[in-house]
Design a protein around this ligand. Structure first.
Ligand SMILES: *Cc1c(COP(=O)(O)O)cnc(C)c1O
Length: 424
């Protein structure tokens, strides 16, 4: 008789009677304030809720300014534009990330340069950055992926040495802390996503953080059709536009609504406690995973003083599981536990959602430019190995439970280990 749930046996966890914590989380305060906004008629455009959120978020991150925007994709694009990056420039990004990190570079006509990651953090390999720098390089976008941090000390040093901008992609890292600084307050700008699956959410949404007043003003103009930041309009100028006469900024509308701002104000209040619970459970789970054959926990750098987890991740070693393919391992684990255990992002040099050549109507792609941006020209052996052979990832909602719930994850892995002959 089979023992594994993937073969029809009883799963280790009965999610009917014992479900995993739900995401998103919300309460009466959201309801109350959403109705307030509804009845006020002030649904958007630099409203009081948006201003309140921007102020609270800047304070929380420890940067001088925060600006909310439509999502965590345009925030990256606007940050690049605010740093003056565009046609002909190169921007360094990790090969393992959500496609948006690189796609926005194409959207501003610059060239994404893909760099491999480290095997035990899956973040950009700081030792491979300098070899990717050319006279055209203008910026680095480190991504603090899943439950890890890019090595910000090394990255800031390289950036300083070569005169590069650093835009932190913090879509996974609301509240994560490197030494005494929160993610998003270390580089020139931080970019955050508030999409539904992220650690803070308004359904959709994003924010930028910076402590540079020039970048801030430009960002504010860029997200608001090129308008001059409010409060700046009492000077000599009456036209309301940002920039020098005859040199205005052409931009679009990337604003959020007051409804989103309400959701974010409340999400931010809950975040510290949620992060603390997730981090405690993750530390506990990692300490147990370290004891299991065939499982390697991620390396947590001592400089990560508080971790934030978009996904909890670990590394699978199939030779210890009698060569059980990782797809079967993940499927078997999914069946035992009742939540999805998935692979990491597909490396950008083989990702179908990252296809730079598919916009010929928008970009003038010359032979030379195509060669430069062609993702296939980048060699990313670590990204590829992690994706194809090692990665196991699940959403952070699972970490919002008890230590006992972490024990069952370990039990499920042990159960598969002991019964992997069943899957031959
Ligand atoms: C989610 C995400 C983004 C984009 O954010 P959206 O709000 O979905 O546009 C960018 N980078 C990373 C790493 C992400 O996970």
């Amino acid at each position: 008789m089979s023992k594994l749930a993937i073969n029809g046996a009883k799963p280790l966890r009965d999610i009917e009677s014992n479900p995993w914590p739900k995401w998103p989380v919300w309460g009466d305060e959201e309801k109350k304030q959403l109705i307030e906004v509804l009845e006020s008629g002030h649904w958007s455009y630099n409203g009081p809720k948006e201003q309140q959120f921007n102020k609270a978020f800047a304070e929380f991150i420890g940067s001088k300014y925060a600006i909310s925007a439509a999502n965590g994709t345009v925030t990256l694009q606007l940050a690049l534009e605010a740093c003056g990056i565009g046609w002909g420039d190169e921007v360094i990004v990790p090969g393992l990330t959500w496609q948006a990190t690189a796609a926005v570079i194409l959207d501003i006509n610059a060239m994404p340069i893909l760099v491999d990651v480290t095997e035990d953090t899956w973040c950009i390999d700081q030792t491979r950055i300098e070899e990717a720098i050319t006279p055209r390089t203008k910026a680095i976008i480190p991504v603090h992926l899943y439950g890890s941090f890019a090595d910000m000390d090394a990255i800031m040093e390289i950036a300083k040495k070569h005169g590069l901008r650093v835009i932190e992609d913090c879509a996974h890292k609301q509240g994560g802390q490197w030494k005494d600084k929160k993610a998003g307050s270390i580089g020139d700008a931080g970019s955050f996503s508030f999409q539904l699956s992220k650690l803070m959410t308004a359904g959709e949404g994003g924010a930028l953080t910076t402590s540079d007043p020039e970048i801030y003003e430009k960002l504010d103009a860029l997200r608001n059709c090129g308008r001059r930041p409010e409060g700046k309009q009492d000077d000599q100028r009456t036209d309301g536009f940002y920039g020098d006469e005859g040199n205005f900024i052409q931009s679009g509308n990337y604003r959020i609504t007051e409804f989103q701002a309400v959701m974010l104000i409340e999400a931010l209040k809950r975040l510290p406690e949620q992060n603390k619970l997730r981090d405690e459970n993750a530390i506990y789970l990692n300490s147990m995973l370290a004891e299991l054959p065939g499982i390697k926990p991620m390396r947590r750098d001592e400089r990560e003083t508080a971790e934030a987890y978009y996904n909890f991740t670990f590394r699978y070693q199939k030779d210890e599981f009698k060569d059980l393919p990782i797809e079967l391992f993940r499927q078997a684990l999914t069946k035992e536990l009742g939540f999805a255990v998935e692979a990491c992002y597909k490396p950008l040099n083989q990702c179908s959602l990252y296809a730079p050549l598919t916009k010929p109507w928008r970009h003038h792609i010359t032979e030379e430019y195509w060669e430069q941006i062609n993702p296939a020209r980048f060699d990313l052996p670590v990204c590829q190995r992690v994706y194809e052979e090692e990665s196991a990832c699940f959403h952070f909602n699972v970490l919002m439970s008890s230590k006992k719930d972490m024990d069952i994850i370990v039990e499920a892995i042990e159960k598969i280990y002991e019964n992997c002959d069943e899957l031959k």
